[in-house]
Design a protein around this ligand. Structure first.
Ligand code: ATR
Length: 280
């Protein structure tokens, strides 16, 4: 009998995860199917327990359920998910234990490593202080990066930096407002955009312009719709190296796949499938 996997979210209709995971299952000849389920926040508990009762192979959670999952006492979060404050992957253990993980930060790390970015000691500017920024900043601080979180609402950046500092991770971190961006970029190695600037339908906005960037920078935009954001175009104009948000999406999915199945999926195929889905 086919084993079912799924993503819960609301809205979830445009999720690229079903296409990505189904392609990976199919290429490996695994008798599995991955489907998107619209689950309202107030039904999350019942939905997860129902999936467990029905023998689902594993779950992803997306907006607006990631933070809520951490409040459910039957989910055992791993230390990173607990720190981040959000769960995006649920594993049903053999002993009936329901485990929560967050693979978003790992996805970002892998995308940077792919582009040959040395994370330890690297001077990184993370724009934004929302849920995505939390996942990326906790992971990169654990990997020893020297991070400045910069955000429109300065207090959120300062608060996030404080929380990460308190976790005593190897990296350094501080938080500030957007006005210092230009100066910070001059001495930075990497800029990671986790804000919604540039995301469809606001495709003409960007956190920085070519004049503020330089060729020594690597610019990683976690926005993948559109595929080439305004920020990535500005980066190219400045001669900077660019990393597409599609890679973070694919690598966080591949990590979830490994956690559920213990099997290595084809990340190349997952990437190709996502790119095809985005181009239609
Ligand atoms: P997510 O969980 O996906 O990270 P979020 O929590 O809504 O989403 O965070 C969105 C981020 O984009 C925030 O850092 C937000 O800045 P504020 O904290 O000041 O709201 C940032 N953002 C959204 N619109 C922006 C804009 N027009 N200019 C600058 N930053 C913006």
């Amino acid at each position: 009998m086919k084993q079912v996997f799924g993503v819960f979210g609301d809205p979830v209709g445009h999720s690229l995860s079903p296409a990505m995971h189904n392609a990976a299952f199919s290429a490996l000849g695994m008798d599995c199917i991955y489907h998107a389920f619209r689950v309202r926040p107030e039904k999350l508990e019942k939905a997860i327990l129902g999936a467990e009762a029905m023998g689902f192979g594993g779950l992803n959670l997306t907006v607006p359920l990631k933070e809520k999952a951490l409040k459910l006492d039957f989910i055992k979060p791993d230390p990173l998910a607990k720190r981040i404050g959000a769960v995006n992957t649920i594993v049903f253990g053999k002993d009936g234990e329901i485990q929560g993980y967050n693979t978003d930060g790992l996805g970002a790390r892998q995308a940077l490593l792919d582009a040959s970015v040395e994370i330890m000691g690297s001077r990184m500017v993370i724009a934004g202080a929302g849920g995505a920024a939390r996942a990326v900043a906790f992971q990169l601080a654990a990997d020893g990066a020297d991070i400045t979180v910069i955000n429109r609402t300065e207090e959120r950046a300062v608060e996030l930096a404080k929380e990460i500092s308190a976790a005593a991770l190897p990296g350094k971190i501080r938080g500030t407002g957007l006005s210092g961006l230009k100066d910070l970029l001059r001495d930075a190695d990497v800029l990671i955009n986790t804000t919604t600037l540039g995301m469809y339908p606001n495709t003409d906005t960007a956190i920085a312009t070519a004049e503020e960037l330089h060729s020594g920078l690597t610019i990683f935009d976690i926005v993948y719709n559109p595929l080439e954001t305004r920020l990535l175009r500005e980066a190219k104009a400045a001669g900077a190296k660019t990393i597409s948000g599609v890679l973070m999406l694919v690598y966080q999915g591949a990590e979830a796949f490994r956690l559920w199945t213990g099997v290595e999926p084809s990340v190349e195929l997952m990437k190709k499938t996502v790119l095809e889905a985005l181009q239609v």
